[in-house]
Write a protein that binds this ligand. Sequence first.
Ligand code: XLS
Ligand code: CA
Ligand code: CA
Length: 438
Amino acid sequence: MKHTYFPEVKHPIPYEGRDSRNPLAFKYYNKDQKVGGKTMAEHLRFSVAYWHTLKGDGSDMFGGASFDRAWLKSGDALDCARATMDAAFEFYQKLGVDYYCFHDRDIAPAGETFARSCKNLQTIVDYAKQLQKETGVKLLWGTANLFSAPIFTSGASTNPDAHVFALAAAQVKNALDATLALGGENYVFWGGREGYESLLNTDMKREQEQLARFLHMAVDYAKKIGFKGQFLIEPKPCEPSKHQYDTDAATTLAFLRTYDLIDHFKLNIEANHATLARHTFEHELTVASIAGKLGSVDANRGDLLLGWDTDQFPTDLYSTTLAMLVILNQNGLGSGGLNFDAHPRRSSIDPVDLFHAHIGGMDAFARSLLTAHRIIEEKVLSDFVSRRYASYTSGMGARIMAGETDFNELEKYILEQGLPQMKSGRQEMLENMLNDYI
Ligand code: XLS
Ligand code: CA
Ligand code: CA
């Protein structure tokens, strides 16, 4: 293990148990500890987001970089890209995560020409491949950045100019090649600028058809090159576009069904995007999960007082417990994982702050895994919920659900049986029970 970029962390972060007061130790995340047949690592499949953790420099809309990262200033653009990859793998190993995620332009610099950009990507992918082999760290997903370059200002596949559509296609083709070369288990489509600002200049129907064409082409290309990973769409309501077409889980599922894409995609649900859409994280996870489409998670949180995509590390146990309940109830995330799409605050300037941030997120989810597992084992909520709907499992309720009755018969039923009785939903009792477990 090298000690180039994070010398203050001398060993992999140890698990020391809940009584430890060492800030550079896990209190709950114990990689190999079994929880209901699977290890914590298998359940949680943690991943580091390259763009925030390695490329994030603390800048915001009001000020430039506040983080001073040695790996971001070690020579020309390609030297820096290699140094950043070194820093990345040193970080993964010391933190003890098995996965990472990237955008094409995070890992390799864009060149003067498209051909040069592709060449740069190829060079860095070869390097990443070597580091993956040396360390055993794997790629959870790859994606293409189709939102930073000015040419994508009015969208990528939804751009009014077909030439820009072609550029986006060419870029995704290369990002898919890169993901395949690195054994990526998924590929993500987040529609950064696939939306619109004003209807005065926008043909919404056409733009959605363009997006669907684009995704069909991606499906075809993946088949052609033998990419077997899961395709994921990541909903978000706005930012940077005012209206994004993949607004939330329900909208995205409807889009996929409308354009005959539903069999090829699952959803990557991000906590902060859920709250931006005025949903809870657990709501979005549930909408995806009951459709059989919860594929992966971007684990972070927003700040309800700020109301934008603050991408903070998840530390709210209430929210992470409710998330783990959904994930465990659907038997895990399959090829997906928990990717920390999060960055430390602008004032958390030291490289070691990246460790504190990830340790906190990993411990919050590990602790919530234990809590959610107990809640499910002891049937705390499930028994209550099944009792609440029990009237549909026999008698007239069962006939309703089997399609064996109609309005005429139900009218007769009410006239004979009289009015129904009110029953309590016991919300406060259940909230108290949940707090007992947390
Ligand atoms: C931005 C998104 C983005 C995707 C990947 O808000 O979260 O980072 O996860 O393109
Ligand atoms: Ca995300
Ligand atoms: Ca985000």
